[in-house]
Write a protein that binds this ligand. Structure first.
Ligand SMILES: [Zn+2]
Length: 536
């Protein structure tokens, strides 16, 4: 590793180290010392905000020589004036091109799109993303926020991507550290039966001897409130029907606080899934401020229905719940960032992403190992073909997505100063099954461009553009007006395995991953290489 102390007055007068990073440079350095590869660390600098003669922010910093020649979106080159940056932006954002010109320009990429598809689906890279995912999940296993496994996962990927010949760096993030501990639940009355449970992320534990209480079974928040007086001192079981993940997940997220408000001592929540083989599904939950924090876990659809039927018959049900869950101090982690620098507008970015963390059950192969691997694979394919687009292609493997997009939110806070340079943000986090369409959020003018881009996917019969790009990790950008895209795959089985022991390599298919990788690479490369950024 090489480093140098910054002494250049030019740099000192133009940049200040992002305050949040000052204390973390050492963290990155220490973290990477255990990787047996040469490390390139990109320290994010932002243009000095203080007035001349303001607080003396800049102490001597250690900085890796690589960054002096390789500045990302956060660090406009000192030699480049503000006015020249503004010109680049104005030129690249102009939207006066005629539709026919855009169609002709995009159609000019048919050959290169075909090369990417051939390499990914039929050529030397066939099944590579699947093999990479299998190696990764077999070696590391699951990797929940704050865990040793997540740390190992980041080191593994850092090393593997470096060996692949791509530029990779890490950006520090503070992340939640919740541990499950030992947990169990059993029905005692009307008959002994063990219940399969998974405590929910951020839940408090029970006393060591557990909580034993009579159960109140309800089907909705409305029923809970109507029967509020019956909830006092009880364990509330929610047996809400599955409507859609987006709608039904409210029971997992807020069930504990809603039940605590009416005096419940714990909650057991029917897993958020349309299908079950007695499988409990975990996930994050949110305690409301000012409401007592009670232990909360998911139970299986089967057990929720069983207790509902018993309650309907007027049978008394007693359950004992024991959970060793606790929340430890926040941990150090990293977003893993991979780049192919643009040759013409290196400061402009097309971002591809998936998250590296998972829950602490299963292998996190589907959620979201697949999304992370195709986002790496896309850059591998482009590199292998010797391609380099006008703009920078940047893959970000987020950390701590499952705790509410923690890594992505910190990334957004740090990089939003360069919002106008973000051309397109992409996320794959709904599985890497057979691709059906690209989902896109952006202006009508941008949509017209994207409709042309997906036509390049005709060789794999995937030319559909849908509305509503989605993804926890890219939503802050899309809410701020940056065009966003996500993968729509044949995901009817996604929530069968989501956040369970069943999320393993068994649910992945190599050919599906080839197609996802090809789609991801073609879209990212072509958008990054068009003359103009997507119109906002
Ligand atoms: Zn996910």
């Amino acid at each position: 590793m090489l480093h140098a102390e910054i002494t250049s007055p030019e740099i000192e007068s133009n940049y200040v180290l992002e305050p949040v990073f000052t204390s973390r440079i050492t963290v990155v350095r220490d973290f990477l010392q255990s990787c047996s590869v040469n490390s390139i660390i990109d320290i994010n600098l932002t243009r000095k905000m203080t007035q001349k003669g303001g607080a003396p922010f800049l102490h001597s910093l250690f900085i890796f020589l690589s960054m002096l020649s390789s500045l990302c979106d956060c660090h406009p080159h000192p030699a480049q004036s503000n006015s020249s940056m503004a010109t680049v932006r104005a030129v690249s954002n102009h939207t006066t091109k005629k539709a026919s010109d855009i169609a002709a320009e995009v159609a000019g990429y048919a050959d290169v799109a075909k090369q990417i598809i051939d390499l990914a689906v039929f050529g030397a890279a066939q099944n590579r993303s699947y093999r990479r995912l299998a190696d990764f999940t077999d070696t590391i296993g699951n990797r929940v926020s704050g865990s040793q496994n997540l740390e190992m996962a980041i080191k593994y990927m850092y090393k593997a991507i470096t060996q692949d010949g791509l530029d990779v760096h890490l950006e520090p993030v503070k992340i939640p550290h919740w541990v499950r501990g030992k947990e169990s639940a059993e029905m005692i009355v009307p008959r002994p039966k063990s219940l399969a449970i998974l405590g929910l992320g951020s839940s408090v534990g029970t006393p060591p001897e557990g909580i034993e209480a009579e159960v109140l079974v309800v089907k909705s928040f409305e029923e809970l409130n109507r029967r509020a007086s019956e909830a006092v001192g009880r364990i509330v079981v929610f047996n809400q029907p599955f409507v859609s993940y987006g709608e039904t997940v409210a029971y997992r997220a807020f069930g504990a606080s809603e039940a605590a408000k009416v005096g419940a001592v714990a909650t057991l929540i029917r897993s958020i899934t349309p299908f079950s083989i007695n499988s409990p599904h975990t996930g994050w939950q949110d305690y409301k401020d000012g409401v007592k924090r009670i232990p909360t876990a998911c139970i299986t659809m089967e057990d929720a229905e069983l207790m509902w039927r018993m309650a309907q018959r007027g049978q008394k049900i007693v359950v004992r719940l024991t959970m060793g869950a606790e929340t430890l101090p926040d941990a150090d982690s990293f977003n893993t960032v991979v780049e192919i620098k643009g040759w013409q507008h290196p400061e402009q970015v097309v971002l591809l992403s998936g998250h590296l963390d998972s829950w602490d059950v299963g292998q996190g192969a589907m959620d979201d190992g697949g999304g992370a691997m195709i986002s790496w694979e896309a850059l591998s394919l482009i590199k292998d073909l010797g391609l380099r687009p006008r703009r920078t292609l940047r893959t970000v493997l987020w950390t701590a997505e499952e705790q509410g997009g923690v890594g992505a939110q910190q990334y957004y806070n740090l990089h939003k100063v360069n919002m106008s340079n973000f051309d397109l943000v992409m996320e794959s986090d709904l599985g890497t099954f057979a691709p059906m369409a690209l989902q896109f959020t952006g202006s009508d003018a941008a949509r017209k461009v994207m409709e042309e881009v997906v036509k390049l996917l005709a060789p794999i019969n995937m030319t559909k553009l849908e509305t509503h790009g989605e993804g926890t990790d890219i939503s802050p950008w899309m809410q701020s007006g940056v065009p966003g895209a996500s993968l729509h795959v044949a995901d009817s089985r996604y929530f069968w395995f989501h956040h369970t022991e069943g999320d393993t390599m068994m649910v992945q298919d190599p050919q599906d991953m080839n197609l996802c990788s090809a789609l991801w690479a073609v879209v990212a490369y072509v958008v990054a290489d068009l003359e103009d950024m997507l119109p906002r």
